[in-house]
Design a protein around this ligand. Structure first.
Ligand SMILES: [Zn+2]
Length: 167
């Protein structure tokens, strides 16, 4: 409900600003003939530009923190953080309040894209799909796997060739 209200306010301010801007342009044209109209034309143009700019900026900012839009940005952030996020990280990354961050994360939890996990006093949100995939050396013959850190050329079990694969 509040969201709809915000959208209407921004749209209303934008429309009014454009009208003021149009009025300013009319006065500017009239100022060619009547010089006294010039200051008023400038004032109207300034008000119009500020109003239109503010409402467009505020609308963009507001829409970017709506739960659905924010959820998409949170997913990107989680991908950069090895599939793990705390609400505080979302708050600082997107400059939003705890309740806004929570609304975004709640959507992802509802869609089962992540789940909450308590660690000590903090709650982390785990995105299993975004966990960094581990690379291992795998034997093409017997299928044994070995850590990448182990400098192996051939499989110690069967002498088969090793290749790097995602686990
Ligand atoms: Zn092998």
């Amino acid at each position: 409900m509040e969201g709809k209200m915000n959208r209407l306010v921004y749209l209303g301010v934008f429309i009014i600003s454009v009208l003021i801007l149009a009025g300013g342009l009319l006065f500017l044209c009239a100022a060619v003939a009547v010089q006294e109209r010039f200051p008023l034309a400038i004032i109207l143009l300034i008000i119009g530009v500020i109003g239109a700019g503010w409402s467009a900026f505020a609308y963009r900012k507001w829409s970017s923190v709506q739960p659905t839009a924010l959820a998409a940005r949170i997913t990107d952030l989680a991908a950069q953080n090895d599939g793990e996020l705390a609400v505080s990280q979302i708050m600082s990354a997107f400059d939003v309040s705890a309740s806004v961050a929570q609304a975004g994360i709640d959507q992802l939890v509802a869609k089962r894209q992540c789940h909450a996990e308590s660690r000590g006093t903090q709650t982390f949100y785990i995105f299993p799909g975004l966990k960094e995939q581990k690379i291992v050396r795998k034997c093409t013959y017997c299928g044994s796997t070995f850590p990448v850190k182990q400098a192996l050329q051939k499989c110690p079990n069967c002498g088969g060739n090793l290749e790097l694969v995602k686990q």
